[in-house]
Design a protein around this ligand. Structure first.
Ligand code: NAP
Length: 385
């Protein structure tokens, strides 16, 4: 049976890697839908090459240009923010690869989960803000969530060595980003160029900044909490600059199971597509004798305040994670535009969390309200500096 795939965010770093993985997997995997936000040139190129039945462009203003570039009656063009959910729910789609950046991916992932699709999720922000809802709705409708984030793919694989009750702790590894050895004082004047220079991974701009602040690892703590239904007290972070051990699970008998591989997103993407099978693909072979040494250290919680905030936010629950995420998205946008300092990102997030009155149980509407409030709050803060 040919597996039909919809890629939400095919023009991004994960989306482009996914298309390479699909090329290598061969005729058993077919692209049925692709999406972009504004990059219609690349989306049109991808459409010409993969001949999907549907393409979606979420920025409505870009639709006329996309229509001219594709001009193929066999490719249906959908436009606007809702077009993501439309392609995610298509009857013919078996696997939805969620590779959009930010909370914008939430409605489409939720819709696909409710249709019982196989969800290969790279787009971590929806898991942070509505992980419990997504997991419950997907399971209830016969779907499955497969993590694409390399750390969570590693944990998912390690978890297969025991039952959830036998897990003592989950250890998420992180490269430490460009400021791994910096003190809180060193990062006061960090520039955009420094923050965008990730020492190991080549990724989209937003997640690269999240890695520099370690908000990315903070999100991963909450992501793991929901994906594996584990209390945050059982989730720890270790800095591992070589990024070879992608994460570990320690069981109650003292055994620790890890997954290793080259730092290459093609491997976790492929595993999410082929699971439970393992097949030869394009991921680079791991040669430990060439690497020689693997190192691990505790993160510096003074420099990376985001990590401590993640535990507080996860324990608080309700609307706290959505404020945590939305404030970060807005602050990263301000930083990328050169309007605020690097350290202001986490300061603004903390300000929003302190000012916000958390609602314990929340509907999707209330989540969206809290999201909008945090974004407005950050914009006001940015204007006042
Ligand atoms: N990159 C990695 O190695 C990596 C690893 C683990 C997890 N992740 C996660 O995977 C997700 C994607 O990361 P990335 O690095 O691939 O990001 P990216 O390179 O910035 O790509 C983002 C994709 O989403 C689309 N997009 C942007 N804004 C959108 C919106 N408002 N509505 C709908 N689509 C939108 C973009 O379209 P345009 O191209 O038209 O702007 C692009 O296709 C993120 O959640 C990230 O945290 C990434």
């Amino acid at each position: 049976m040919v597996k039909q795939i919809a890629i939400l965010g095919s023009t991004g770093s994960i989306g482009r890697n996914a298309l390479q993985v699909i090329d290598a997997l061969g005729p058993g995997y077919q692209v049925v839908a692709l999406s972009a936000h504004t990059n219609v040139q690349l989306l049109a190129e991808q459409a010409r090459r993969y001949r999907p039945a549907f393409v979606a462009v979420t920025d409505t203003d870009c639709a006329p240009q996309l229509g001219k570039l594709i001009a193929d009656p066999d490719v249906e063009i959908l436009a606007g923010p809702d077009s993501l959910a439309d392609i995610a729910q298509l009857e013919e789609v078996d696997i939805v690869l969620a590779a959009v950046v930010g909370a914008a991916g939430l409605p489409a992932i939720l819709a696909a989960g409710r249709k019982g699709k196989r969800l290969a999720i790279a787009n971590k922000e929806p898991l942070v803000i509505a992980g419990e809802l997504l997991r419950k709705e997907t399971e209830k409708n016969g779907g499955v969530i497969l993590p694409v984030d390399s750390e969570h793919s590693a944990v998912f694989q390690a978890m297969q060595s025991g039952s959830p009750e036998e897990v003592k702790r989950i250890i998420l590894t992180g490269s430490g980003g460009p400021f791994r050895e910096a003190t809180a004082r060193d990062i006061q004047n960090a520039t955009l160029e420094e923050a965008l220079s990730h020492p190991v991974w080549s990724m989209g701009p937003k997640i690269t900044i999240d890695s520099a602040t370690m908000m990315n690892k903070a999100f991963e703590i909450i992501e793991a909490r929901w994906l594996f239904d584990m209390p945050v007290e059982k989730i720890e972070v270790l800095i591992h600059p070589e990024s070879i051990v992608h994460s570990l699970v320690e069981f109650v008998d003292g055994s620790t199971i890890a997954q290793l591989g080259e730092p290459d997103m093609c491997l976790p993407i492929q595993y999410a597509l082929t699971y439970p099978a393992r097949v030869a693909g394009i991921a680079r072979e791991l040669r430990l004798e060439e690497i020689g040494q693997l190192t691990f250290a505790k993160p510096n919680l003074d420099t990376f305040r985001a990590l401590s905030l993640a535990y507080e936010v996860a324990r608080a629950g309700g609307t706290a994670p959505v404020v945590f995420n939305a404030a970060n998205e807005a602050a990263v946008e301000e930083f990328l535009a050169g309007r605020i300092k690097f350290v202001s990102i986490v300061e603004f997030i903390e300000h929003c969390l302190n000012k916000h009155s958390i609602k314990a149980t929340v509907s999707l509407e209330e989540l969206l309200e809290a999201d909008a409030w945090a974004r407005r709050e950050v914009t006001e803060l940015a204007c006042s500096v």
